[in-house]
Design a protein around this ligand. Structure first.
Ligand SMILES: [Zn+2]
Length: 356
């Protein structure tokens, strides 16, 4: 009986590795977006420590903003941020479920291949962007050798994300081509795959009173659904992959410009041009993105008010009444941290107090 159980267990712990295709034991809890690139944007204070932190996820279709957790965030801290007791599910989330990580996809040997590709980028390329004064510089041209390192590293991000995130897909052909290139760490002919990389200069403002590196958490991390280009926002790097060579123009909030976006696609080029977005422009574009999300959230809050009001009074509220509620909500400093329950009970109380 025991033997049967343990062999069942044994079977359960194995999987077909997505890179090598062999039946292996999976390596658990590994990032599919490279940790050292995304880490500073995830941590609450922008520090480089792994696994302690949290961030907001904005879903324009909901009236509230989802709070996301990283491993090891303490429950009291969590409850403090939520303004209520955290649920069992959220605690589990905080302890186990980290975004951008997987535990059932790759074997140790393949993780080691990823690490080699990542280490090469970390030791030879990243300092050309993060530790360099980029003031007044609008692009950086990498030589052939550096270009190959950068291409393989960012193609790895696209491939792993497509294997691990169901909403993010590459064509079968490209996926299989990338799988072989990564498995062999083969950097030849990667220039046949059209890709652009944009670097966002991320600096601290002169009037920023925070003593730490909180400013780094302004940047986002998001695989973006869509094709041609397929986009991943990875903290201070934005990577865009084109599956066909039509290269249609997509402004993408202004990160791309019609006058020069083709130059940065680096198709069939030995070298690689990385576009640099200045700190000022980075903030302008972020503002645009946030503004758009907030507008969605406001209209969802208004809808919730209308629903609650008409449920109660069997009549539609006037525009002035809707505006009054939105105005009230906007005076609440931590409104973005409201959970759905909290927003719901706030709305009920507001209606009772104002109209009863
Ligand atoms: Zn493997």
């Amino acid at each position: 009986m025991r033997l049967y159980n343990s062999s069942q267990q044994f079977k359960k712990n194995r999987m077909k590795c997505k890179l090598c295709g062999l039946d292996k034991v999976p390596k658990s809890n590994t990032h599919y977006l490279t940790d050292f690139v995304i880490r500073t944007a995830l941590n609450e204070d922008g520090s480089k420590l792994r696994g302690k932190g949290s961030y907001w996820s904005i879903d324009p279709n909901k009236a509230t903003v989802d709070y996301k957790f990283q491993q090891e965030i303490s429950i009291p801290n969590l409850e403090n941020l939520l303004g209520r007791q955290s649920t069992e599910e959220e605690n589990l989330d905080a302890e186990e479920n980290i975004d951008f990580t997987v535990s059932d996809s790759f074997c140790q040997q393949c993780e080691d291949i990823f690490t080699k590709i990542e280490d090469e980028f970390a030791s030879k390329i990243i300092q050309k962007f993060r530790d360099t004064n980029l003031n007044g510089i609008d692009q950086i041209e990498l030589n052939k050798n550096d270009s190959q390192i950068l291409r393989l590293f960012f193609l790895l991000q696209f491939w792993r994300t497509s294997e691990c995130d169901d909403t993010f897909k590459l064509s079968k052909e490209l996926s299989e081509l990338l799988r072989n290139k990564i498995l062999e760490r083969d950097k030849e002919d990667l220039d046949k795959i059209a890709m652009s990389v944009t670097y966002l200069q991320t600096l601290k403002d002169d009037n920023d009173e925070d003593p730490g590196e909180k400013f780094k958490t302004e940047n986002m991390i998001a695989p973006v659904e869509g094709t041609n280009p397929t986009i991943i926002i990875m903290n201070d790097f934005i990577i865009q992959l084109y599956e066909n060579t039509d290269f249609p123009f997509e402004s993408f909030y202004g990160y791309n410009e019609k006058s020069n976006y083709i130059e940065f696609i680096n198709y069939e080029k030995d070298t690689f041009s990385v576009k640099i977005i200045s700190n000022d422009n980075r903030k302008k574009i972020l503002y645009k993105i946030n503004h758009k999300s907030v507008k969605h959230i406001l209209s969802n809050q208004a809808e919730l008010f209308i629903k609650k009001y008409s449920d109660k009074f069997k009549a539609q509220p006037t525009n002035e009444q809707i505006a009054g509620c939105i105005k009230k909500l906007s005076t609440i400093e931590d409104i973005m941290k409201f959970s759905e329950e909290k927003l719901n009970s706030f709305m009920t109380e507001y209606i009772d107090k104002t109209y009863m």
